[in-house]
Structure formats: structure tokens, C-alpha cells
Design a protein around this ligand. Structure first.
Ligand code: 5GP
Ligand code: ZN
Length: 120
């Protein structure tokens, strides 16, 4: 079911995914978050868990929104279990240019399905 539009930014690629202006294979959504596969996966399982609200990065998150991080982590954990990532997985939030953030809309990567190295 479509749960309503992004609280967002009309130029933002992830807001466009929320609003179905850009297609993606949404695997989960609720009133706060959506989950879909990364278009350029770096692991056999590579999902993006994004906030419905357009929050540009972790570094500018309002205090009232911080519970969303816990919710995203809980969803990541559940999806990891559903995907059979029994030997482990990684969740990552990139923030800012040095953190490798490319899309300025808060998101958590869920990576798994291979042995992950700590790069850089
Ligand atoms: P960041 O580098 O900001 O932490 O991660 C952004 C991620 O979004 C990248 O891994 C990139 O592959 C993914 N991405 C960018 N554009 C799209 C898109 O249009 N659809 C999907 N599914 N993923 C995207
Ligand atoms: Zn956005």
C-alpha cells in the first residue's frame, strides 16, 4: 500500500522514490521508513533503509527525530534475519563528504551475504 507522500524535497532522489516518481522495488514501508535495494549493490544483500521525512544527514538531525535511528536499526535486524544473514551483517550511515554520503537524505545501508572488510 502507498502510505502517502514524502515530507520532502522535490529535487531529492530518495523523496522521488518515496513518491513513486522513480521506480524501486520497495520491500518494506511504514509511516516512518521505507526499504528498497541499492541500485549499485556492493554485497549480495544491500538494502537502503530511509526515513520518509527528508532529513539531509545524520549531522543535521533534529533531536525529536533521533528515535527513527533506533527504529531503522530494528528493521535492519529483522530484515537481516529474514534474509538469512545468520553469520553477520553491517549497518552503515554515511554522513557528509568525508563519510562517503552521496545522497543527502538520511539512510542506513544494510550489507550482508559476504565477509565484509573494513575499508579505508
Ligand atoms: P550514500 O553514499 O549516500 O551513503 O549512499 C547512497 C546510495 O544510494 C548509493 O549506494 C547508491 O548506489 C544508491 N542510489 C543512488 N541513486 C539510487 C536510485 O535511484 N535508486 C536506488 N535504489 N539506489 C540509489
Ligand atoms: Zn529526500
Amino acid at each position: 500500500p502507498v502510505r502517502g507522500r514524502a515530507v520532502g524535497d522535490s529535487d531529492c532522489i530518495f523523496c522521488k522514490i518515496i513518491n513513486r516518481e522513480i521506480p524501486s522495488d520497495i520491500v518494506y514501508e511504514d509511516d516512518d521508513v521505507l526499504v528498497f535495494p541499492d541500485i549499485n549493490p556492493v554485497a549480495p544483500v544491500h538494502l537502503l533503509i530511509i526515513t520518509r521525512k527528508h532529513i539531509p544527514s545524520l549531522s543535521v538531525m533534529d533531536e525529536e527525530d533521533t528515535p527513527l535511528i533506533g527504529k531503522m536499526a530494528k528493521i535492519a535486524n529483522r530484515l537481516a534475519r529474514e534474509k538469512g544473514l545468520d553469520s553477520g551483517y553491517r549497518v552503515t550511515i554515511n554522513s557528509g563528504p568525508d563519510g562517503g554520503q552521496l545522497v543527502p537524505h538520511l539512510h542506513m545501508h544494510l550489507l550482508g551475504g559476504r565477509k565484509l572488510r573494513w575499508e579505508n
